[in-house]
Design a protein around this ligand. Structure first.
Ligand code: F6P
Length: 319
């Protein structure tokens, strides 16, 4: 194996650049030629390649986003697109591919692996929705962003005696709401994994008011329900004024936290080592503080579970 490629795919996540840097520098250290593929699988189908040197990845550790850009490709979802992508890689003498992205990107990596390209998956998504790994690259930066936003919203919530519903990302995974809620002292955390009870929420609001609390923050995961309707219903049922704050794509940007830089760096470097050792068709994860790898199919099949201990803790500590 002489030439390896790296791409980022799906939603961008802070820390992806740290992973790209580690792939490039460890790759060169191990004697590989390293090629970057711009705009994920879409760029691959357009042969949008760039040769990467050590200096190509200088000064990117601290940057959010991905220097390789990213995209969601429709053509690559089809068998014909996957076959064409494998042919393009082979025609360019690329033996192996490291894919940094979420579960959709991993499925694509697995297809390419079946078509003869050695692939390794690195989990990069703010959602933390892959059950086989404790953390995905970008998650910690996203919850830091939510934490800062909630601190600011709490100020105005207290001043006006209003509630704030703060909608956060995560698709069908409640981790962003749960972890950010726990570290910002949100009064309620509403996640797709657990049914919510509007009466119980109103009871919490009332109990808080009786204790003299003038702020009330509800973290609502985007996968639960329509946030506008939720806020309207909450206001009507509780009789307390409420405002909705949607943090949106702010959660996807910003300089990666120390944790995400470290995770990206460790995973990127290890992906190269695994390829060198002849491994392929696997996804890298972290359990505790130890990196591990699993067959991509098995990794995707591990159900993502909400940490119920943390969920209950958030509730106990916030009241
Ligand atoms: O998967 C990352 C994510 O930010 C989700 O949390 C969110 O639902 C989605 O991507 C938003 O997608 P887009 O950037 O295409 O609007």
């Amino acid at each position: 194996m002489k030439k390896i490629a790296v791409l980022t795919s799906g939603g961008d996540a802070p820390g992806m650049n740290a992973a790209i840097r580690a792939v490039v520098r460890m790759g060169i250290h191990e004697g590989f030629e390293v090629v970057g593929i711009n705009r994920g699988y879409e760029g691959l189908l357009e042969s949008d390649f760039v040769a990467l040197k050590r200096s190509s990845v200088s000064d990117i550790l601290q940057r959010g986003g991905t220097i390789l850009k990213t995209a969601r490709s429709k053509e690559f979802l089809e068998q014909a697109g996957q076959e064409r992508a494998a042919q393009i890689l082979q025609a360019n003498g690329i033996d192996a591919l490291i894919v940094i992205g979420g579960d959709g990107s991993f499925k694509g990596a697995k297809r390419l692996n079946d078509l003869g390209i050695a692939t390794i998956g690195i989990p990069g998504t703010i959602d933390n929705d892959l059950g086989y790994t404790d953390y995905t690259i970008g998650f910690y930066t996203a919850i830091e962003t939510v934490m800062e936003a909630v601190s600011k919203l709490r100020d105005t919530s207290s001043s006006h005696g209003r509630m704030f519903v703060v909608e956060v990302m995560g698709r069908n995974c409640g981790d962003i709401a749960l972890y950010a809620g726990l570290i910002s002292g949100a009064e309620n955390v509403i996640v797709p994994e657990v049914d919510y009870d509007m009466q119980a929420i109103c009871h919490t609001i009332q109990a808080g008011q009786e204790k003299g609390k003038s702020h009330h923050i509800i973290l609502l995961s985007e996968g639960v329900t329509d946030a506008n309707e939720f806020t309207k219903e909450l206001e009507e049922t509780s009789g307390t004024p409420a405002r909705l704050a949607v943090i949106g794509h702010l959660q996807r940007g910003g300089s990666p936290t120390a944790f995400d830089r470290l995770l990206g760096t460790r995973m990127g470097a290890w992906a190269v080592e695994l390829l060198k050792d002849g491994k392929s068709g696997v996804a890298i994860g972290i359990r505790g503080n130890t990196l591990h790898y699993m067959e991509i199919d098995d990794a995707i099949a591990v159900r993502d579970r909400l940490n119920m201990d943390l969920y209950e803790l958030a509730d106990i500590l916030a009241q």
